[in-house]
Design a protein around this ligand. Sequence first.
Ligand SMILES: [Zn+2]
Length: 572
Amino acid sequence: MEKLLARCSIRTAVCSVLLIVLIPLGGSVRLSRPSSAADLLLLNAHVLTMDQTRPAAQAIAIQGDRIAWAGASEEAQRLFPGSARTIDLHGATVLPGIIDAHTHLIELGKSLLRLNLKDIASEKEALERVKQKIASTAPNEWILGWGWDEGRWASHYPNNQSLSDISPSNPVYLVGLHGFAAWANKKALQLAGITKDTKDPENGKVLRDERTGEPTGVLLNRAQELVEKRIPPMTLDQVKKAIELAARECIRNGLTSVHEAKVSAIMIQAFRELIQEGRLPPRIYAMLDGADQALVTQWLERGPEIDPHHQLTIRSFKLFADGALGSRGAALLQPYSDDPQTRGMITTPESEVYGLTRRSLERGFQVCTHAIGDRANRMVLDAYARALEEVHQTRDPRLRIEHAQVLAPDDIPRFAKLGVIPSMQPTHCTSDMAWAEKRVGPQRIRGAYAWRSLLKTGIHLPLSSDFPGETLNPFYGIYAAITRQDPQGNPQGGWFPEQRLTLEEALRGYTVEAAYAEFEEGAKGSIENGKLADLVIISKDITKLPPKEILSIHVLKTFVGGKLVYDADVDK
Ligand SMILES: [Zn+2]
């Protein structure tokens, strides 16, 4: 940690900004004096507090759901002699609970319930898995799958024929890894009424056979809705089950808080019931689905719901400005370098982004808009700028752009100027780097996944996984952030290594910066007096490892609000 801080002090620009922000906050939550008994005392640890005023400690005292004190082990025993429970950590490393600033619990949960096609090597393998599933499915029942890589398959999308041959009577619908393309069989197309004569919906595309004009079975972006509205909706119990399964994966991976990036009414009900039933350990920061007009109207009327217990806070809307780069749905200012016929698609017009942002600012909501291409990012920044200028609000807006993946050089400084938070995913970079330059060419790629260029302007940089499109293991994200290499260590030296983050910056991205992005820096993100006792104990000292070994770190224990919610010794 000392080494980290030395590095940090050289990088004065960013750190001093962060220090200014953090010191008063740290001060405001400090308890006046610790009492002599803690509910739980953690001793002999290597604590990375992420508190710049006290970066390292060896012991933590917890009272109720809060951190009462952090410091040296001997002092802890002297100050808290009558503690109810003491755990000797034998030098293990402790981090603040990891906050993943962009997740899809529901999709991860669904994928755990559905046919999993992640990591399949070929179409043949996908078909094999569908075949197995048919064997255990009732006639006419839907077969739902998820996880084939639409980025990797974009140049040779599959056809419905192979799926229809193995499943003539069960409708089959297989969503891509990132949710921007889906592959359906004939039965599913039939039920959805998709024929040769079906017009492409706005912001979506039904892929067609060049010769016959018949739909191939692949649906891009919002064309997926044509089939999705025919699938029987999940029941509340199914939604709860899916979220519960995903939440378990979170705490196994040290995630104590997640920012759920698109939440529906039934999900809110599921969250509330799961919390009441004690079945949802991680804390949820919910981004309401901004495309659901009824939900938007209801919540704008009602106003934000900020949970005093920090379990479920609802104070933001999620919008989608475009699609993804892999499927060429990301909206670019100039045509794709590898397909001059297209510039991608804007999926929510600027007037709508502006309209919702304006109303949100007036009502104290945050807006988080998905934008991948440079055209989408510019459009969102323009819409945000106009709304910010027009609403003379006293509140702190912290508008966010989710992904901010490909940026025109002129737009990079606009984030800091407008106070817009780029919410970025290190593993998107390392997953996309094999083909990203083909899509945007050698010039535009310089503004892609440009973490360092953005940081230099003085922005806050929360990091996240965007699971289940990527792994939810935060150590893969940290590794990707500091190396810009794939897990095998390619390319050597890292892909555009000048954009790498330091370990300190990456850790901050998953802790204090992610807390800032949800207005929770006063309660979460670092280990200091008065903050929530959300902690992760990990298997290795992350500050002393060669980068590749970071991938092998695993979580030993996870605490949320002082409660042990995952213990590797018990939950294998
Ligand atoms: Zn997402």
